[in-house]
Design a protein around this ligand. Structure first.
Ligand SMILES: Cc1cc2nc3c(=O)[nH]c(=O)nc-3n(C[C@H](O)[C@H](O)[C@H](O)COP(=O)(O)O)c2cc1C
Length: 365
């Protein structure tokens, strides 16, 4: 949930923000939670160097569900953390697995900067085993997308109405299906808003998100994952009592209504969409989707464009069945799966999101 600056100003009308004082407001950056971005690439072991970039990838609700064992001199195993799941909105771990696919791809891209190639075996010991075993060796050229790793974001803001230039659409069409035509864009705007309302008006799925919200710098630094609500504006709202966990979960509260309206406006401010589908829906398909999404996100960043996954209508729970059916009718061949749907356009550069440091994710070192 993001509140726009305008909504934030509306909510704090009355001057409460002044009481906060400028000193307080200027120190709201959660430096500790952002430190892993500055640490990327600073490790001596090339596997750790690659992993320090991998942990910066997009992943559902920023849960960071990865755990790693370093093995011998040149290998590692990647595991899915069984305690980091979102069972109500992602009951089959489809999205979680896509996030792990992003992780493997960025690890490989980062290793290429050191002139290393990474040979990856998925699920080497079957489905209940490590997600991947990776062996690093000499060889390979730097990946041309590597330069975008630190600037990549999921941009959860309204986009400008500016159309995307044909040359950029063609460039991104190498990574995903891009929709810019008015009928499809209009249909997807409406569908993403409807799906968002279903998720937010279904108590168990709303509460799954609210439980993952971190309110303000102290909470974000203590738990650098989930949905980080921080920065001077949102912290001012918290001080004023206008942004609370309870308020987010109370359909009668002003904050709840303002939040819904702000999110709707953001979803509608979308000039184009990027879509990934796959004929199958196996774990390997989901990992491959993650690799494709990460490359699309990096390529969009390189082109000066913003990308924002909007996954609600892709989610597999009974209340979402109508929207799930509609998005598949619109975007997928019969029997295929829409794996990712993203808003695409010109958005603002947004802050980095928090991460757990590499040390918290290594089971051996
Ligand atoms: C499979 C997948 C699904 C996602 N779905 C959503 C979504 O529905 N809405 C949203 O705002 N962000 C979504 N995200 C983006 C994550 O929230 C984001 O990657 C995470 O918070 C980290 O932020 P960053 O990508 O800016 O580094 C999704 C990401 C992935 C990989």
């Amino acid at each position: 949930m993001t509140l726009s600056r305008r909504k934030a100003i509306a909510l704090i009308a009355g001057g409460t923000i002044l009481a906060a004082g400028t000193g307080f407001l200027s120190t709201r950056t959660p430096q500790k939670a952002l430190a892993p971005w500055a640490a990327a690439g600073t490790y001596a072991d090339p596997r750790k160097r690659a992993l320090s970039y991998a942990l910066l990838v997009p992943n559902p609700h920023n849960l960071q569900p990865w755990l790693v064992d370093l093995e011998g001199e040149d290998a590692l195993s990647l595991y899915q953390d069984p305690d980091r799941r979102i069972p109500h909105t992602d009951p089959f771990d489809r999205q979680i697995t896509i996030g792990l696919g992003c992780f493997i791809e960025q690890m490989t891209i980062a290793a290429s900067l050191d002139g290393l190639r990474v040979d990856v075996t998925l699920f080497p010991d079957g489905p209940d085993s490590p997600v991947a075993r990776a062996v690093f060796s000499d060889g390979g050229d730097p990946d041309p997308l590597a330069g975008a790793m630190l600037d990549r974001r999921s941009c959860k803001e309204p986009f400008a109405a500016t159309p995307i230039e044909d040359a950029k659409v063609r460039e991104l069409a190498a990574f995903a299906t891009i929709y810019t035509d008015a009928p499809t864009v209009a249909a997807l705007r409406e569908l993403t808003v409807k799906a968002w309302m279903v998720e937010w008006e279904t108590p168990r799925t709303r509460e799954e998100s609210i439980d993952l919200m971190r309110f303000g710098k102290a909470q974000i630094n203590a738990d650098p994952d989930g949905i980080a609500l921080g920065g001077p504006f949102l912290e001012s709202l918290m001080l004023a009592g206008a942004l609370t966990r309870e308020g987010q979960n109370d359909p009668a509260s002003a904050a709840y209504k303002q939040g819904l309206e702000a999110y709707r406006e953001m979803l509608l401010a979308t000039p184009a969409y990027a879509v990934l589908t796959s004929p199958g829906n196996s774990r390997a398909d989901q990992i491959a989707t993650g690799a494709r999404w990460l490359r699309l996100n990096l390529a969009a960043t390189r082109a000066g464009l913003s990308l924002h996954p909007v996954s609600q209508c892709l989610q597999e729970y009974p209340e979402m069945a109508a929207q799930y059916g509609a998005v598949h009718d619109l975007l997928a061949a019969p029997g295929h799966t829409v794996q990712m749907l993203g808003r695409l356009g010109y958005g603002p550069q947004t802050p980095r999101t928090p991460r757990w440091p590499l040390e918290a994710k290594l089971r051996s070192s």
